[in-house]
Design a protein around this ligand. Structure first.
Ligand SMILES: Cc1cc2nc3c(=O)[nH]c(=O)nc-3n(C[C@H](O)[C@H](O)[C@H](O)COP(=O)(O)OP(=O)(O)OC[C@H]3O[C@@H](n4cnc5c(N)ncnc54)[C@H](O)[C@@H]3O)c2cc1C
Length: 597
């Protein structure tokens, strides 16, 4: 059975040497007490929980799945106790609002906690992540009364949360939802309608479940502008905060699905259920978009976490499995064959995995730190810039990390050959569990449209200019560092390709309505490659600096440098092909009639 090890060395190197997190936290009054010692203590405790509590339930949870009986959902053996341990560790309130019992820690730390949880047990991580997502929404948008009533019990893990957006006929196009919210005499609402695919919509892990539900008032404007957000508890809560009678929300069934089988994916029927408005009427969609930044970040992290779990198994296996001989002659002449790690093609797979994992983790942390700056920084200009970066980075981080994460899980399976296909090794489960992250929280194709349409073409490239200024500032700081000349040159060429391509797509989009849709996926990949390359510049610079000063683990830094060189020379050149793909335009794509497919 595979055992997961939390990648603490990698995480600490990124936090300390690459991003200088402690300096950032010290510059913001609300985080200035987040010292290196505290960070280490949090990461070590999170690692203990992931490896000791969550990982042992991963395969058994997948095999057993969730049970449904007459509206009651039971999670697999051990999940209830694991959630209790998670709650007792104080994890649900890690980043929560201190005024309501949260710990006010930076998001970059919860990003690392989430990576460990997703790697160890993605199904379990979803119950936890959904709860955090709901608390974020409530803390930003809820009235004081709602916050006082619900946040403390969610932060201490007594209650959990779910997000109810999707309906059978309305997934990507949420403007079409039909769930209705009818005002009642007491100033609240009654919600009726059916939501599908609701993660953690019903289960036995907590005493109450707090649903955030998108619905429309009877006289609301048509489409997305008529959507409002409501809080609907499974059990009604009285003014003293006690849970009372069951609300009118019923779980109709749970889905049988490819992966994340221990995560309950529910049909929820709202039958005049009591609900409370969150935020302003008809602002549900725009509020949801802002809040989804957190949820989307988590999905990218799911991709990275599962990729790392697969890499750990595959790299260990490649050093043990004896097949064939090294092309340069036998390396272990006393054995029947050499370990497969001698073969360049096996190394290609492992290095592709590892180099994308390092860059994906760094990008997720970079995006999380922008969320932290936008939340905690005392200067409005710094907050504003961070918000702009978040808007640009999140769709790329969500889609590119989940695509690379899935690819890494498949590569890990390939390294094990036939054994990778066998359940015992856990790699086929990682492939199944990683697949969903490319679909939910907005399918990756829709992230690409958001990046290219809303965030780039509509804004005439302004957000990209903010990012490029960050990149240039970093590069300027590396002038005179001999080891950085070659990687920076390759990075500059890629960045130039992205800038030129952006200018030409903005121009061509004006004359052709299908231009954005046809080019958006390749454009997101070009942006993803450029950002991964930017992350590698930062990692390489930190590794070279540590080696120059003889500080830290030299062998670790040497391994990082070689992995970064692989990325720059073997993966980054793909940016050239992407430029050509983007330039191909929509004509050929749109030429076939629907009946010719
Ligand atoms: C296991 C699981 C868990 C989930 N958890 C939740 C949850 O907790 N809460 C919740 O509310 N929902 C949840 N979902 C729903 C999920 O977010 C949706 O499935 C997803 O957003 C896509 O919607 P859809 O399935 O209706 O696909 P559709 O919207 O029908 O899209 C189908 C395909 O068409 C593409 N497409 C659609 N519109 C466009 C367009 N305008 N331009 C280009 N391409 C387009 C999409 O990219 C996609 O590839 C979950 C789904 C699953 C499977």
């Amino acid at each position: 059975m595979p055992t997961y090890r939390a990648p603490l060395t990698d995480m600490q190197f990124l936090l300390r040497d690459v991003f200088k997190a402690e300096e950032l936290f010290a510059a913001m009054p609300d985080t200035k007490e987040v010292t290196e010692d505290l960070i280490d203590a949090i990461l070590e405790a999170a690692a203990k929980m992931a490896t000791g509590v969550l990982s042992p339930l991963n395969q058994s949870g997948d095999r057993e799945g969730c049970h449904f009986d007459a509206g009651v959902v039971t999670t697999p053996k051990g999940f209830v106790e694991a959630f209790r341990a998670y709650a007792e560790g104080g994890w649900p309130g890690l980043t929560g609002d201190v005024d309501y019992g949260g710990q006010g820690m930076p998001t970059v730390l919860s990003a690392l906690l989430e990576e460990m949880a997703f790697a160890a047990n993605s199904s379990f991580a979803l119950y936890a992540m959904l709860t955090t997502g709901v608390t974020h929404s409530l803390s930003r948008l809820g009235s004081t009364e709602l916050k006082e009533k619900y946040l403390p019990r969610m932060y201490d893990g007594t209650w959990s949360g779910s997000m109810c957006l999707t309906e059978a006929h309305a997934g990507t196009d949420l403007g079409m939802i039909r769930t209705s919210a009818v005002p009642t005499a007491d100033g609240n609402y009654e919600l009726s309608g059916t939501k599908i695919f609701i993660t953690a919509g019903e289960h036995d892990l907590t005493e109450n479940i707090i649903h955030l539900v998108l619905a429309k008032l009877p006289d609301a404007p048509a489409g997305p502008r008529g959507i409002s957000l409501f809080l609907v508890p499974k059990f009604l809560v009285d003014d003293a905060g006690n849970t009372g009678e069951l609300n009118k929300v019923k779980c109709g069934s749970i889905e049988h699905k490819m992966g994340i089988r221990a995560s309950a994916t529910c049909v929820l029927n709202f039958e005049a259920a009591k609900g409370y408005l969150v935020g302003e009427l008809n602002q549900g969609m725009s509020n949801m978009f802002t809040l989804m930044n957190y949820a989307r970040l988590s999905m990218g992290i799911q991709g990275n976490g599962l990729a790392d779990a697969s890499y750990q198994v595959a790299s260990a296996y490649a050093k043990e499995r004896l097949q064939g001989r090294a092309a340069s002659g036998p390396l272990q002449a006393d054995q029947a064959a050499d370990p497969i790690i001698v073969h360049p093609d096996v190394r290609r797979m492992l290095l592709t995995m590892r180099s994308n994992i390092v860059a994906g983790r760094a990008l997720s942390m970079y995006a999380a730190m922008q969320l932290d700056i936008s939340r905690f920084h005392p200067e409005p200009a710094a907050r504003n810039k961070a918000e702009q970066l978040v808007a640009l980075l999140i769709p790329v981080q969500k889609a590119y990390c989940t695509d690379r994460g899935f690819e890494a899980c498949v590569l890990g399976q390939q390294v094990l050959g036939g054994h990778g296909y066998i359940a015992e090794w856990g790699l086929e489960q990682n492939v199944r569990d990683a697949r969903i992250a490319q679909i939910y929280e907005g399918a990756n194709g829709v992230q690409a449209l958001d990046l290219m349409g809303r965030k780039t073409v509509r804004g005439k490239g302004e957000l990209l200019r903010v990012l490029v200024a960050e990149m240039d500032e970093f590069a300027a700081g590396q002038q005179g560092v001999a080891a950085m000349v070659a990687p920076l040159q390759a990075f500059e060429e890629c960045k130039r390709r992205l800038i030129d391509t952006t200018a030409s797509v903005i121009k061509s989009a004006a004359g052709n309505p299908d231009q954005v849709g046809a080019a958006s996926y390749a454009y997101l990949e070009l942006m993803g490659l450029t950002l991964y390359s930017f992350m590698w510049q930062r990692v390489l610079a930190a590794a070279f600096a540590a080696m120059e000063l003889g500080q830290g683990n030299q062998d670790y830094c040497d391994g990082l440098v070689k992995t970064g060189e692989f990325f720059m020379r073997h993966l980054l050149p793909r940016s050239k092909a992407l430029v050509e793909e983007i330039a191909a335009g929509p004509e050929v794509m749109m030429a076939l009639r629907a009946d010719q497919f």
